[in-house]
Design a protein around this ligand. Structure first.
Ligand code: 2BA
Length: 109
């Protein structure tokens, strides 16, 4: 068994959740925040058998698009000066960042 952890953009979250349900996969959707942009994103936890990993990867690819996002300058006032970005920069935010972890035990009570 594997745990697929997928960080996706909020804009794709509902579409991906619907596609997973339609294909009879079980998933947990968490509200998350990107460490770099400090903007909301969505993290899915999807527990699947080993032979289902590829199908879930395909569903994620089909439903999550890469987009460019402009990072506005962040004032260091009241914030961390180390994170200060003095000019707007465009970053490509991936369609999905996916981790596949082995699961030692799965139980439901
Ligand atoms: P954020 O951390 O908000 O990052 C958004 C995008 O900003 C990233 O897109 C990347 O293009 C850029 N970026 C991130 N850190 C950067 C840095 N130190 N310098 C320059 N540019 C940087 P993605 O790589 O597609 O990541 C999208 C989101 O996926 C991330 O949002 C984060 O929430 C998650 N993520 C990405 N890599 C991760 C990792 N290794 N571990 C945990 N979460 C990760």
């Amino acid at each position: 068994m594997k745990m697929i952890i997928a960080v996706v953009q909020d804009k794709d979250g509902t579409k991906l959740a619907d596609a997973l349900v339609k294909n009879e996969f079980r998933a947990t959707k968490l509200a998350s925040t990107g460490g770099f942009l400090k903007a909301g994103n969505t993290t899915f936890m999807i527990g699947v058998s080993d032979d289902q990993v590829e199908r879930v990867m395909d569903i994620i690819k089909e439903n999550c698009k890469s987009r460019n996002q402009l990072v506005a300058p962040v004032s260091p006032m009241g914030g961390n000066a180390d994170a200060y970005v003095p000019y707007p920069v465009e970053v490509a935010v991936g369609g999905a960042t996916v981790f596949v972890l082995p699961i030692e035990t799965f139980q439901q009570f």
